[in-house]
Design a protein around this ligand. Sequence first.
Ligand SMILES: *[C@@H]1O[C@H](CO)[C@@H](O)[C@H](O)[C@H]1NC(C)=O
Ligand SMILES: *[C@@H]1O[C@H](CO)[C@@H](O)[C@H](O)[C@H]1NC(C)=O
Ligand SMILES: *[C@@H]1O[C@H](CO)[C@@H](O)[C@H](O)[C@H]1NC(C)=O
Ligand SMILES: *[C@@H]1O[C@H](CO)[C@@H](O)[C@H](O)[C@H]1NC(C)=O
Ligand SMILES: *[C@@H]1O[C@H](CO)[C@@H](O)[C@H](O)[C@H]1NC(C)=O
Length: 342
Amino acid sequence: MVALKHRNLKLFTLALALFAITIMSFLLNYTQNSGLVLWNPEKYFRFSGPIIRFMTSVRRPCSCETCVSEAENSVWFDERFNYTIPPLMTKQSNMVSEITYKWWTRLQGEKKPMEINKAIEEMFNVIPGHNNLQDQNPYRCRTCAVVGNSGNLKGSEYGGEIDGHSFVFRMNHAPTAKYEKDVGNKTTHHFVYPESVRDLQDNVSMVLIPFKTLDLQWIVSALTTGTINFTYAPVPRKIKVTKDKILVYHPDFMKYIYDKWLLHHGRYPSTGILSVIFALHVCDQVDLYGFGADSKGNWHHYWENNPSAGAFRQTGVHDGDFEAEIIGNLTSINKIKVYKGR
Ligand SMILES: *[C@@H]1O[C@H](CO)[C@@H](O)[C@H](O)[C@H]1NC(C)=O
Ligand SMILES: *[C@@H]1O[C@H](CO)[C@@H](O)[C@H](O)[C@H]1NC(C)=O
Ligand SMILES: *[C@@H]1O[C@H](CO)[C@@H](O)[C@H](O)[C@H]1NC(C)=O
Ligand SMILES: *[C@@H]1O[C@H](CO)[C@@H](O)[C@H](O)[C@H]1NC(C)=O
Ligand SMILES: *[C@@H]1O[C@H](CO)[C@@H](O)[C@H](O)[C@H]1NC(C)=O
């Protein structure tokens, strides 16, 4: 009997505490969102700092030490970052806006493209188109390693550290076999376009970055008939990839990066910056590896032996310096961390 009473009392106290926290969070939320000062807790409790910090921590966007989407006193960031733009095309988000289409269709000077909506429809008859990576919640701590292809990875021994992330993004031809010690052996997402594609392991998501309508047709072809073998360059007729894991980068998101982040520098964004900004939108913590030159100032891929080969700094279509400045600015406001390698 006594034990029962005791338990009831405990439950009652707990319920009361929960009720009080709910009411207070509501008031706080209301105050913050409306900008209308209904109830200013600071005024009522001189020592309310820890309580408020506790309560606001309940509503943090993620459970990592820092969260990318957490409010930050950076006008520069706030002017650029827009969480509502969808990073991926899905069956729900399958429209390319007219403004984007006009820009996008000129990127690689496609002549007589297939009707875009028809190409998208045909694509989603073959691939699923319902993968949502923006499943942010306060209990999630999704760490992402965005692994570029710079020669500064050679001898870096970052492999174990890279593999320790929830997501590991790689791009274009990037191999891991034989380079595991420096670049790791885990890949969750591999960003490619038809001219830069490679075979992927069964459990890797291919993120197709389409730069033209033909790229959408190519993925259908590569999974079915294998009729397309040439765009502006030879492309594989067939690819080894898990169909259900294919994701498609949204052209509207590409345009958003070009407008808001690149301010129209270069002709269009590089795979590198496309992956970095993508990561800002789907990850809670973003770490960059393999970006920039090596310590001797060489620009080459980590799998190339000749440092002067394959320079990818200024390719004519991307503004590498401006993109590097964006990465520098993101670093200085602690939105990302850059591991410089050697
Ligand atoms: C973010 O993007 C949406 C959709 O394009 C737009 O309606 C909204 O105004 C943008 N927000 C900011 C702050 O730019
Ligand atoms: C690669 O994968 C295996 C297990 O799959 C693991 O034991 C190894 O440590 C991984 N990392 C590196 C850097 O090779
Ligand atoms: C993917 O598959 C490979 C080989 O089967 C395995 O070593 C690796 O751990 C898997 N990676 C993930 C992220 O599940
Ligand atoms: C593509 O296929 C056609 C025939 O189907 C062939 O003539 C052509 O050489 C191929 N092109 C490439 C780049 O492999
Ligand atoms: C980087 O930040 C500085 C200072 O806010 C700003 O002047 C500059 O334009 C930014 N660079 C880019 C590429 O956005």
